[in-house]
Design a protein around this ligand. Structure first.
Ligand code: ZN
Length: 245
């Protein structure tokens, strides 16, 4: 089975379309790791597109929770809070209800992998560094766990010889899984990368061959950024798309 794994779309329809066009032939099942909305200008359109793609799993992210009213976003900074309030105003009741019903991670899929938004024990916790990753790896059940939330494409492995961090290059990264090791992998953000590469990010996990491909694809960033400005969202949200931070 080949799984397309995407996370942190953040209402960026142009980035989502580019990923789906690039990955169209390379997957059987779609998994979505949360934050469909928040920051970008197309929350209703992105929810509609995700529904139409018939993913086998969609879990919620922290921005989804605030946008649909499960939480108030007290921990958000001013820009995130402004974007969340804007998203609340424009979401239709049907789209709000869809987000409200999304399950919390972690979820095990086909006994092959685990998915979560932040970290396996807590959907709101960030896995930034090796210490965070090591702690999280000790709580995972599956041999490979995919997470999002940091908008940073990266892989960590706990092997018999030690701990390893893998960063993709300009052409991505191909990772061979090893049944004696445990892996924690972030596919990166579709709609608001923060790892210095402004291209949309995604991952494909081939469970038969135990391989993971980390990939990037360019998209019309100027279009998405202009929509952010036209919507009256904070202009910093347009700028950061252009620089990928
Ligand atoms: Zn996010």
């Amino acid at each position: 089975m080949r799984y397309l794994i995407i996370s942190d779309i953040h209402a960026n329809l142009e980035a989502l379309e580019a990923v789906m066009a690039a990955a169209r032939e390379s997957y059987d099942r779609l998994l979505v790791l949360g934050d469909l909305v928040g920051y970008g200008a197309d929350p209703n359109e992105v929810v509609d597109r995700i529904i139409a793609l018939e993913p086998v799993i969609v879990i919620r992210g922290n921005h989804d929770k605030v946008a649909c009213g499960i939480e108030e976003g007290d921990a958000f900074n001013r820009v995130a809070q402004e974007a969340a309030q804007w998203t609340r105003r424009v979401l239709t009741p049907a789209h709000r209800d869809y987000l409200r019903e999304l399950p919390m991670g972690p979820i095990t899929v086909d006994d092959a992998l685990e998915v979560c938004h932040g970290s396996p024990p807590d959907e709101d916790t960030y896995i930034f560094d090796e210490l965070d990753a090591l702690r999280a790896l000790k709580t995972t059940r599956a041999g490979v766990c995919f997470f999002g939330h940091t908008h940073f494409q990266i892989a960590f492995a706990l092997t018999q010889s030690g701990f390893e961090t893998m960063l993709p290059g300009p052409n991505g990264k191909d990772i061979s899984l090893d049944s004696a090791a445990k892996f924690l992998i972030n596919p990166g953000a579709v709609g608001q990368p923060r790892d210095g590469d402004h291209r949309a990010a995604y991952a494909v996990f081939d469970s038969a061959h135990q391989r993971v491909a980390l990939r990037r694809v360019p998209y019309p960033i100027e279009v998405a950024a202009e929509k952010v400005i036209q919507a009256g969202l904070p202009p910093q949200l347009a700028d950061r798309l252009l620089i990928g931070r």
